[in-house]
Design a protein around this ligand. Structure first.
Ligand code: PA5
Length: 466
């Protein structure tokens, strides 16, 4: 497997602008990279970064495959209830590796269940998905590291009653709870009520759970080769787990992104040219935003820092976003992901009735999408716009595993560069607490008062058109 990072078009000698990076800018990080790497290694050895070693934990495979086999035998629909890190990785890998699965009939799916990842509490969306499923043939994976997230809790309450009304006291057989190994409401419920459960390894935060049962169980249920997924990540570790900046794409990309940010390119666009990788860009958007967007530096100083990640899709967004990237403010760096070989390709036939189309004859759709990416990259260069390209040979469990692992390590390393803790998300907690207060949860009365005070100081300005 070869994955490459082509950063030619981020360099000053390519884009001829102050936003371009100089060789000496990168060289300035060589020593720091070695030091950060040593620090990361020490924390890893200390057991503080368990996500690093997940791809090598092969014990999880048997546990997940056994459970998946039971689920496959009994159910036609598998519904993930979770949000953020408990949902986005599954969606990304499901669409990358099982594209179109839910549109196939049961025979085409090899008898495997459909998979729905419900990560919102929009009653229209949730009800519409339940309406697609027969409760008696539906299994829910309730996924929450903390076990307290209100979106997941509320989904569970509705789903539990919906199943019980259909199957009666055996409703528990329709749920698997995936949560902390020891603490939290879901763990207590699993122990007390006898729900089946899987553990999210201690110390692995939501957005770093791609190689835990959080994603592995739903993916295994729909036939993804999870051994190859883990192997792809494990094999790629030799490229991304060393302190040599020039030959480590995770560290190098973190440094490049950091330098771009320092030069004023504060928006980071990830734009795969592949429908199958569209949701991988969404997964990455959360990883980058929640890990690096922080108020405090590690020493407690207020810094309000963090690149704004944006996900886009090639070629689709060439006709939506690219005008802005090309001519708008100089505040973006675009990272393309290019798939060198598609599983299928379609050749363009001739059509005598339209000679204007004949330039396409004999070419293929795979060729066209690759050419369009090259054309967009060249046009960006011409407009002095920073961009780089990650090439993967094909979309396979191995390459997707490797990409995810690379991005996770890149994000951790970037945390050191931005001088923030990439493993926490205090800004998300604040909103959760107000929600509990407004929903009348006991113990949050002070928060409810705080909310009332904020509202009382606002002068309403609302334009209503009746
Ligand atoms: O990455 C994270 O930690 C978050 O996005 C969480 O996954 C998200 O808030 C859901 O939390 P939980 O898994 O505890 O329900």
């Amino acid at each position: 497997m070869s994955i490459s990072l082509d950063y030619t078009n981020m360099m000053a000698d390519a884009i001829h602008s102050k936003f371009g990076i100089l060789e000496e800018d990168i060289a300035g990080f060589v020593e720091q990279t070695k030091e950060i790497h040593q620090h990361i290694q020490a924390r890893r050895d200390n057991g503080e970064l368990p996500f690093f070693d997940l791809p090598c934990n092969l014990e999880v495979i048997d546990e997940v495959l056994n459970l998946a086999s039971d689920i496959q035998k009994s159910f036609d629909n598998l519904v993930v209830l979770g949000i953020g890190g408990s949902a986005l990785g599954t969606t990304a890998m499901f669409n990358a590796l099982c594209y179109g699965h839910n549109l196939q009939d049961k025979g085409q799916r090899g008898g495997l269940p459909r998979l729905y990842v419900l990560d919102n509490v929009d009653p229209d969306g949730f009800a519409a998905h339940l309406a697609l499923c027969d409760a008696a043939r539906t299994c829910f994976l309730v996924i929450s590291k903390s076990g307290t997230t209100v979106e997941t809790t509320s989904q569970f309450l509705v789903a539990r009653q919906w199943v019980e009304e259909s199957v009666g006291e055996h409703y528990r057989d329709h749920f698997v709870l995936i949560t902390d190994p020891e603490s939290g409401v879901l763990r207590e419920l699993a122990d007390r009520e006898g729900f089946r459960s899987c553990a999210i390894p201690a110390g692995v935060g939501g957005r770093f759970t791609a190689f835990t049962p959080v994603c592995l169980l739903p993916l295994a249920c729909v036939g993804v080769d999870i051994s190859s997924l883990l192997k792809g990540a494990a094999d790629f570790s030799r490229f991304v787990c060393h302190g040599g900046l020039e030959s480590n794409p995770a560290y190098l990309n973190a440094v490049l992104q950091y330098l771009a940010y320092q030069k004023g390119l504060k928006t980071s666009v990830l734009m795969p040219y592949s429908d199958r990788l569209k949701d991988l860009a969404d997964w990455y958007r959360q990883l980058w935003a929640e890990s690096l967007g922080k108020k405090f530096a590690t020493d407690g100083t207020v810094i309000h820092i963090g690149p704004t990640p944006v996900s886009a899709l090639g070629t689709t967004d060439q006709h939506s976003q690219v005008q802005l990237y090309m001519e708008g403010p100089f505040d973006k760096v675009v990272t393309f992901i290019v798939v060198d070989e598609f599983d299928q390709d379609l050749q363009f036939p001739g059509y005598k009735a339209s000679p204007e189309m004949s330039y396409l004859t004999g070419h293929t759709m795979g060729e066209l999408i690759r050419v369009e990416q090259q054309a967009t990259a060249a046009a960006l260069v011409r407009n002095h716009r920073s961009n780089c390209t990650i090439h993967i040979p094909k979309v396979t469990p191995e390459t997707v595993g490797a990409l995810i692992y690379m991005f996770e390590i890149q994000t951790l390393f970037a945390g050191y560069l931005f001088d923030v803790n990439p493993l926490d998300q205090p800004g998300v907690e604040e909103g959760k607490l107000f929600t509990y207060a407004l929903m009348g949860r006991q113990g949050y009365e002070a928060k409810a008062e705080e909310y009332a005070t904020i509202k009382a100081h606002l002068k309403p300005r609302v334009l209503t058109c009746k």
